[in-house]
Each structure stands twice: as structure tokens, then as C-alpha cells.
Unconditional design. Structure first.
Length: 150
């Protein structure tokens, strides 16, 4: 008999194998999905940033937890940039769809820095966390400057 865990793994694998567009009934759903992911990332990255910038006292466990959430959630928003979701309640610029390889490379770069940040955060050294936070923030800003309207 299959365990619930292995069934869940199969369902997850199938979901990820579907063409991205098939995961969303309407373009608005894709927009909402990616914006929700970005909001979650901003919330958890912001909590880390408050510590990195000395606005709230450093708490090593909280830093590690927030960085782990950022690294995980960073994988989610990009399936939401489906064809046809460039119009509507979105600041996404047309360049996302006209230069998809560059856009995806920027996303992967950010995801890589987020993983590094989460590993560094587990180490509990504030100076190293500050540095990794800064590197990750640069990758956020890099894509926002190019691909997000003001
Ligand atoms: C955040 C947030 C972003 C990035 C960016 C980094 O906390 O919401 O979009 O960091 O400002 O420069």
C-alpha cells in the first residue's frame, strides 16, 4: 500500500510536470498566485532585513526560519508568469515574455542566493547573514528594476 507521503510526492511531481498554464484556470489566477508568493517572500525577507539592518534585535532562530521560508517560497512565483498573464492587475513588464531566458536566469540567480542565505542563516553569524542578505537583495532589485513597472 502506498503511504500518504509517497502519494503526495507523486501528486507534486505530476503538478510540476503539467504545462504551467494548465495550473491556472484564468490569467488572473496566475497573477494572484505569483503576487501571493512575492508577498510571502517580502514578508519573510523583510523580517530578516530588519535584523540585518539592526532595526530589531538579532534572533538566530528567527533568522534561520525566515531565511528557510524565503528559500522555499522563492521557487514558487515563476510558474505564475504564464502566457496571457501580462495584462490586468499586474506590474509585470512585457520584457518578461519577450526575453524569457534572461528573466528565468534572473529568477534562478535569486533562488541560488536565497539558498545560500538560508545555509548561512543556519550558522547564526550575524555578519555573514548581513552579507548574504545583501547579495540576495541585489538579485531581487536587479529583476524588479528591469521587469517590474513602477
Ligand atoms: C525586500 C523586498 C524587495 C527586496 C528589494 C531588495 O524586502 O520587498 O522587493 O527586498 O527591495 O532591494
Amino acid at each position: 500500500m502506498k503511504s500518504p507521503l509517497s502519494i503526495a510526492a507523486v501528486v507534486a511531481a505530476l503538478t510540476m510536470a503539467l504545462p504551467a498554464a494548465a495550473q491556472f484556470a484564468k490569467p488572473e489566477d496566475a497573477i494572484k498566485y505569483r503576487q501571493s508568493g512575492m508577498s510571502l517572500m517580502a514578508a519573510h525577507f523583510g523580517r530578516l532585513g530588519a535584523m540585518a539592518n539592526g532595526k530589531v534585535p538579532f534572533d538566530a532562530n528567527a533568522a534561520a526560519e525566515n531565511a528557510e521560508v524565503v528559500a522555499f517560497v522563492s521557487k514558487l512565483p515563476f510558474s505564475g508568469f504564464v502566457e496571457g498573464s501580462d495584462k490586468g492587475n499586474t506590474k509585470a513588464k512585457p520584457e518578461i515574455w519577450s526575453e524569457p531566458d534572461k528573466f528565468r536566469a534572473g529568477a534562478r540567480n535569486m533562488q541560488g542566493e536565497a539558498v545560500k542565505l538560508s545555509l548561512v542563516a543556519k550558522g547564526g553569524n550575524l555578519d555573514r547573514i548581513k552579507a548574504a542578505f545583501g547579495e540576495t537583495a541585489k538579485t531581487c532589485k536587479g529583476c524588479h528594476d528591469t521587469y517590474r513597472a513602477q
